[in-house]
Design a protein. Structure first.
Length: 218
């Protein structure tokens, strides 16, 4: 009877050990499968974060286009004389600066041709004094208030610039910076480069013919 009890007790202990071992093995297997299922998702999230970081870095990267340019007038035009009037007096000379409203010439009837804005007199194509004004006669003027610079942009970068894009113009002689905007982009390249024009407003300190460093961020 005593031996029978011992055998039963040992059987119970062995059974408990087997159950415990089976439980441990099953738990490890289950945890391993769960981790394997979660890992691809974790890798995808890491990849997604990396991609977002790369895109953010790429957006923050900018390059700059630089070129030295001569300052010219943004507005140049020929002012026609009054046909059938006769020239009485010329009040200006070529390369002279005149302010808006200043007299350029006088007709024999006592009226004047005046400057439409602050400008430089570039060319005088006039009849002789007392001569009749014709449609072929004119006074060429250039604005002092609106100025322009130009630069060449390589064909590989031309898609990064557009009309209205901001540019920085540093006028070397007066060590001053101005903000300008692209107003024209050439439609035909020359040696793989397109000409673009940038206009900016003069504060009265810039003279036509000065040099400037032009910079555009793309």
């Amino acid at each position: 009877m005593k031996h029978k009890k011992i055998i039963i007790a040992l059987s119970i202990i062995i059974l408990i050990v087997i159950i415990v071992v089976c439980f441990i093995v099953f738990s490890k297997k289950s945890n391993s499968e769960d981790f394997a299922m979660q890992r691809p998702n974790m890798e995808w999230q890491d990849s997604s974060k990396t991609g977002q970081l790369e895109n953010r870095t790429r957006k923050n990267q900018t390059s700059t286009l630089n070129e030295n340019s001569e300052v010219t007038s943004a507005i140049s035009e020929n002012v026609e004389l009054h046909a059938t009037y006769y020239l009485s007096e010329v009040c200006v000379e070529e390369k002279q600066y005149v302010e808006k409203g200043a007299n350029i010439l006088k007709y024999t009837n006592g009226t004047y041709l005046t400057a439409p804005y602050d400008c430089y007199i570039v060319e005088l194509n006039l009849p002789e004094v007392e001569g009749k004004c014709l449609n072929s006669h004119y006074v060429q003027i250039e604005s002092k208030n609106m100025l322009s610079v130009s630069m060449k942009v390589d064909e590989t970068q031309i898609n990064n610039v557009n009309i209205g894009k901001e540019a920085t113009i540093e006028v070397t002689a007066i060590d001053k910076k101005y903000t300008g905007y692209i107003t024209n982009i050439g439609s035909v390249a020359s040696n793989g480069k397109f000409d673009i024009t940038i206009e900016f407003e003069n504060d009265g300190n810039v003279m036509i013919g000065m040099t400037a460093d032009v910079e555009i961020s793309i």
